[in-house]
Design a protein around this ligand. Structure first.
Ligand code: DP6
Length: 323
């Protein structure tokens, strides 16, 4: 009863920001993301009759009390589905170029869902696996698949899952992650989105924004139009971040360096280089562009941020099982 799996991080081009159901992690809106090849988590799970509780390690270190509870709760879902009462050794390793706190919950829960369900011999389909990963972290539901992926919000546990839009992505779409600040974020996405849903007067408008953006983004992907993809993603991200500013209490994930990076992208654009930005629940800026423009963009950004803080990523694969 052992299995090991690898999952890659994804970055949302149309953001998920708000839960209708906290327990089942059902979102208010659909969302759409790009799975990246550079950032991933490898997790192994071994069920063991000798154990009286689950034992977790991340990067060979024991996990915090808070994470221990979150992970054990997730393992209970596996035990319930399999109808057994075995505990497991769970070892997880985050592979990032340098120690960057980049969207690791998406790859972490996708890898755990895959390894734990395989070790428990649950034989899940990709859709069922996506639903299971969702219960750990919303964005993990999309990391089951490679390339461009859509999460259908659904209306219950059965109907809320991701599916691939384009697993190959052969039209030069690339992303640079600017590692601005890699420490743990001050406001977790979980509590940040809860606050926004409860207090931002703009939340109803956000739901309309996402409805329109999903349609426009899928059309842009069909046309393989990177400029349009970038434009829609940037606008969508700014509208998500406007929600945090309009919450009570108001908060923001931007810091001064994030604003500098956004400014530089605007400058590059006015000089004819097509590039766009998106940000998640933290200050790190991700740049969207066609790979033919990579060198110019890297040259401009490295003057400000240093070459070692720029990570180029291409579209990455879905879940992989390891021997
Ligand atoms: C800004 O998936 O981390 O990255 O479901 O509470 O675990 P939980 O939240 P999480 O939120 C991701 C928020 C985001 C946008 C996105 O990935 O769609």
């Amino acid at each position: 009863m052992f299995a090991s799996a690898r999952a890659h991080t994804n970055i949302a081009l149309i953001k998920y920001w708000g839960k209708k159901d906290q327990k089942l992690i059902l979102p208010y809106t659909d969302s759409l993301s790009l799975t990246l090849n550079e950032f991933y988590t490898t997790t192994s799970v071994q069920f063991d009759e000798q154990l009286t509780h689950d034992e977790f390690s991340i990067n060979a270190e024991p996990v915090s009390e808070h994470n221990q509870q979150k992970l054990a709760h997730f393992m209970d879902l596996i035990r319930n589905q399999r109808q057994f009462n075995l505990f497991a050794h769970v070892n997880s390793v985050n592979h990032v170029p340098i120690s960057a706190g980049l969207a690791s919950s998406s790859s972490a829960f996708a890898a755990l869902a895959a390894a734990a369900s395989k070790a428990a011999e649950l034989n899940l389909s990709a859709t069922e696996l996506s639903r299971l990963a969702r219960r750990g972290s919303g964005s993990a539901t999309r990391s089951i698949f490679g390339g461009l992926v859509e999460w259908h919000k659904g209306h219950d546990d059965k109907t809320s899952f991701a599916s691939p839009i384009d697993e190959q992505v052969d039209f030069g779409l690339e992303m640079i992650a600017i590692l601005i600040d890699t420490s743990v974020k001050k406001v977790s996405s979980r509590s940040g989105m809860q606050n926004v849903v409860a207090t931002s007067p703009y939340y109803p408008a956000w739901q309309e924004v996402v409805k329109n953006d999903m349609v426009a983004m899928k059309a842009a992907i069909l046309k393989k139009d990177i400029n349009l993809i970038g434009q829609i993603a940037e606008e969508n991200a700014m509208r998500m971040h406007a929600l945090t500013l309009s919450a009570q209490p108001s908060f923001t994930y931007f810091n001064a360096a994030s604003l500098t990076a956004m400014d530089m992208i605007h400058d590059l654009r006015s000089n004819g280089i097509n590039c766009y930005y998106t940000l998640d629940a933290g200050p790190n800026v991700k740049v969207i562009y066609h790979h033919q423009d990579r060198e110019v963009i890297l040259a401009a950004l490295s003057e400000q941020f240093g070459h070692n803080n720029l990570v180029v990523s291409q579209p990455g694969p879905g879940i992989q099982y390891l021997k």
